[in-house]
Design a protein around this ligand. Structure first.
Ligand code: HEM
Length: 203
């Protein structure tokens, strides 16, 4: 009974990692990328998001609650990690370890980022716009922290797509798993480019 419950919780954890959290990350990186077209383009994108009906409800239902569950269960999984050198290659065991390291780092990064943007806005002490991010990035430590945070989240998502495909029985044999490795590597390079260009557009 307990292992059935654990199985269901684990399935829910992997599903939420992709839908909606992974999808949200894609959306968020794309919105931030508007900053590469200038402050007005970014502020316009933020304005459109802020006009969405039931925004707070949507944020809780599709971002905060799924992320909270994925993060708490993810911490539990991360600290009982069991590398499997017998069945998987050295490379896959390294990826397994980095999935856990980036999960923990991404959690620290997200907590800080939400505080500096969404909570500060809720407290009424700042508006979310281009100038807010520009001011944050006058500190070079923050630029480095955001750059590593974005890379960490992107790695976690891309490597997570690889393990999602295995968990859900979509890539079963070695050939399909190798193709998935190439696909997720290309995805990692493309999303890292989008994310880092966005960070440096605020500097
Ligand atoms: C940007 C936010 C995040 C995204 C987009 C995300 C996405 C994903 C995806 C797609 C997976 C793969 C699911 C699977 O293996 O089937 C995954 C796995 C995992 N995530 Fe996250 N995640 C995020 C945040 C976090 C956080 C904050 C933690 C906290 C430590 C975490 C810990 C984990 C762990 C430990 C796994 C591996 C689970 C396993 O091997 O079964 N994730 N994540």
């Amino acid at each position: 009974m307990a292992s059935k419950k654990n199985f269901a919780l684990h399935k829910l954890h992997t599903l939420l990692g992709l839908f909606p959290i992974g999808l949200f990350l894609l959306f968020h990186l794309t919105a931030n990328f508007q900053a590469t077209k200038g402050p007005e383009a970014f502020n316009e994108a933020v304005g459109l998001i802020e006009k969405a009906p039931f925004l707070l409800f949507l944020e809780f239902a599709f971002i905060y609650l799924p992320l909270l569950f994925h993060a708490i269960y993810g911490l539990y999984l991360a600290f009982q990690a069991k590398p499997n050198n017998g069945n998987y290659s050295f490379f896959r065991n390294q990826m397994y370890l980095w999935q856990r390291i980036t999960g923990v780092f991404t959690l620290i990064f997200i907590a800080w980022h939400v505080w500096q943007t969404r909570i500060v806005k809720a407290l009424g002490t700042a508006e979310i716009n281009y100038d807010l991010m520009h001011d944050i990035f006058t500190n070079p430590v923050m630029i480095a922290f955001y750059a590593v945070g974005v890379l960490s989240a992107v790695f976690h998502l891309c490597n997570g797509v690889w393990s999602f495909l295995v968990h859900w029985g979509i890539t079963v044999g070695p050939r399909s798993q190798r193709m998935a490795t190439y696909f997720t590597m290309i995805l990692f390079v493309a999303l890292s480019y989008v994310g880092l260009r966005a960070v440096f557009a605020f500097v």
